[in-house]
Design a protein around this ligand. Structure first.
Ligand code: Z5A
Length: 224
């Protein structure tokens, strides 16, 4: 029986989380058959039919009138369903679970710019997560202008969503908040320089996964 591994990806808009999760999932699925195991890729808000419905409401701006606390409660409700139906069962099966955003996004986004008090957000996190915590969290870090430009280019003529549409100072604060989370929890979090080309970002991520879960030192990897 393999140990399950819960890996989350966090960061601002356009940081490259989706791209990097895809690359890591491919690499894990290509591992030697004796080391290979199930890989589950999922995202927040979302991952279950109910959580995807909540995602559509929140990201369209349909819950904005509830204010940051109301939105934080909706993200937490979606997370409870996601943990119960997808993340928890996958971890019990021994899978690698790769999740695009998780509880750190609530701390960063719903706490930014005079949003919800950090103590209250932490208390809500405890209620939603219980004893669950990611084994490893990648914080993809890059200047917000660059991430927003990537997101804008990808979106084309479509309208910006609820959070992408916030001003630059909001996005600058997000970056600070994610870096503060990484500083407070260095055992769990790895800050990844995300302004580089995707292959270089993927190499940093693979090195951390290899070291933490596959138990290979830098020296062993060099000769593998
Ligand atoms: N939110 C919240 O407020 N509270 C919460 O608790 C949670 C979420 C869980 C989810 O939206 C929104 O919900 C999010 C926070 C909020 N805010 N917004 N908006 P989403 O899932 O739709 O969006 P996102 O999480 O911000 O992801 P994203 O904008 O889709 O970006 P990404 O996944 O980090 O990046 P990507 O899709 O991999 O790449 C974006 C583009 O850049 C794409 O065209 C790539 O080809 C390109 N790219 C990727 N990597 C590179 C590199 N290295 N170089 C150059 N170009 C690159």
């Amino acid at each position: 029986m393999h140990h399950a591994r819960f890996i989350t990806f966090e960061g601002g808009e356009g940081a490259g989380k989706t791209t990097q999760i895809r690359l890591l999932a491919e690499r894990l699925r290509q591992m030697a058959p004796d080391a290979r195991r199930e890989v589950v890729v999922t995202r927040e808000p979302g991952g279950t039919p109910l959580a995807e419905k909540l995602r559509a409401v929140i990201l369209s701006g349909g819950a904005r009138q509830l204010g940051p606390l109301g939105e934080a409660l909706l993200f937490s409700a979606a997370r409870i369903d996601h943990i119960d139906r997808i993340i928890g069962p996958a971890l019990r099966r021994g899978a690698f679970v790769l999740c695009d955003r998780f509880a750190d996004s609530t701390l960063a986004y719903q706490g930014a710019k005079g949003g919800v008090d950090a103590g209250l957000l932490k208390a809500m996190e405890k209620v939603a997560l219980g004893a669950l915590a990611p084994d490893l969290t990648f914080i993809l870090d890059l200047p917000p202008e660059m991430g927003l430009e990537r997101a804008r280019r990808r979106r084309g003529a479509d309208e910006a969503d609820r959070f992408e549409g916030e001003d630059l100072s909001f996005h600058a604060q997000l970056r600070e908040r994610f870096l503060a989370i990484a500083e407070a929890e260095p055992q769990r979090c790895r800050v990844i320089a995300a302004a580089m080309p995707p292959e270089k970002v993927a190499a940093q991520i693979w090195r951390a996964v290899d070291e933490k879960f596959l138990g290979r030192s830098a020296e062993a990897r060099q000769w593998a």
